[in-house]
Design a protein around this ligand. Structure first.
Ligand SMILES: [Zn+2]
Length: 352
């Protein structure tokens, strides 16, 4: 049931960044950041596993690769039961990250709110993590706390953590990960050594998606802006490469019924990408998210006025995105956004 624990097996593009980070780290607190959907959490967990890994050096291997994926400590991390590791993620994210509810130590404060999983990292949990970091290491390699996504801490939680990051207990290390480091308190950022994670090479990402059964992975990878975990999430939501490629034509026809099964936040994000690509095409640049063939009919536009409806659509989509989680009527909103898109696309098509 428990898979091989080494992160480089799960997400192949993390192997090199992980080894580099383990080599270059010089702080008790690290902040892994980069675009979402490329494995910040997995890299953070890999760092913690690297610290806790108990592989011994030998004459044959004077500086063994950590995490080894085979020692007792690595197996305990893989089984989510290493006594010196605390993983702090919002309840709402635990299942998605393969970290089941209540797997954390000392997280009883969250139990009262079972009805609605929280999307935040609560101050009670941060306090528990700080207390955890101050206890003695059970296996002698120190304590490790992984906190993800760090921007889900509110001001009180962040300030609670800040004191500990300033003066970390002797044998404790923290690794925060975030897809939105700008949303973190500057004081948190300044106390962490930054570990940057970038988009993986396309070939590696495509191969990984194919291994997960995604058909025509290059299309979905582009749809997700090169972020493989996001592309996989789309695929698991039932959006495939064919549907993606049909979206521009569908909006051109104003056929809202064709996307009635898409979750509204996903639909809005998709329309934003379509709008982006239409503006690229109008400016004579290559599209980023959609295959060129799917945008046929869009051409370079010299008349600036023709792109005004696209800019207006873009603003409307941005506004809608803010309320996408709690729309008053998702169906009507989707219809109206698609209708606006139909007419905006029309204006660049007809005058081209
Ligand atoms: Zn190990």
């Amino acid at each position: 049931m428990v898979e091989t624990v080494s992160v480089d097996v799960t997400l192949p593009w993390l192997a090199a960044p992980l080894q580099r980070a383990l080599r270059e780290q010089r702080s008790h607190a690290l902040l892994v950041h980069g675009p979402s959907g490329v494995g910040q959490f997995e890299l953070a967990l890999g760092l913690a596993q690297g610290w806790l890994c108990e592989v011994e050096s030998s004459p044959a291997s004077p500086s063994p690769l950590r995490p080894c994926g085979r020692c007792a400590a690595c197996h305990l991390v893989g089984a989510r039961s290493h006594p010196d590791l605390l993983v702090l993620v919002p309840e709402a994210l635990r299942a998605a990250l393969g970290w089941e509810p209540d797997a954390d130590a000392d997280d009883s404060a969250d139990k009262a709110s079972k009805a609605k999983p929280s999307k935040d990292i609560k101050v009670e949990s941060v306090r528990a993590a700080v207390a955890f970091a101050q206890t003695t290491s059970a296996r002698g390699r120190g304590k490790a706390v992984v906190l993800h996504p760090a921007e889900r801490m509110n001001g009180i939680s962040a300030n609670t953590l800040l004191k500990t990051l300033e003066e970390p207990p002797g044998n404790a290390r923290f690794v925060l990960s975030s897809g939105a480091p700008d949303a973190l308190l500057p004081t948190i950022r300044s106390r962490c050594q930054a570990i940057t994670i970038t988009l993986p090479e396309t070939d590696i990402a495509i191969e990984w998606l194919r291994g997960h059964g995604v058909a025509d992975p290059a299309v979905l990878l582009a749809a997700a802006g090169g972020q493989p975990q996001d592309a996989l999430a789309w695929s698991r939501e039932g959006i495939d490469a064919a549907q993606w490629s049909q979206l521009p034509a569908l909006v051109r026809r104003g056929a809202a019924a064709g996307v009635s099964g898409w979750p509204l936040p996903r639909l809005i994000e998709s329309l934003q990408k379509l709008c982006h690509d239409a503006l690229c095409m109008a400016a004579g640049a290559a599209p980023r998210y959609f295959p060129v063939a799917s945008l046929k009919g869009a051409a370079r536009v010299v008349d600036g006025a023709a792109t005004q409806p696209l800019h207006a659509w873009e603003r409307e989509l941005r506004r809608a995105a803010r309320f996408a989680e709690h729309p008053w009527n998702a169906g009507l909103l989707a219809e109206s956004l698609i209708e606006q898109g139909r007419s905006a696309l029309d204006s660049v098509h007809s005058r081209a």
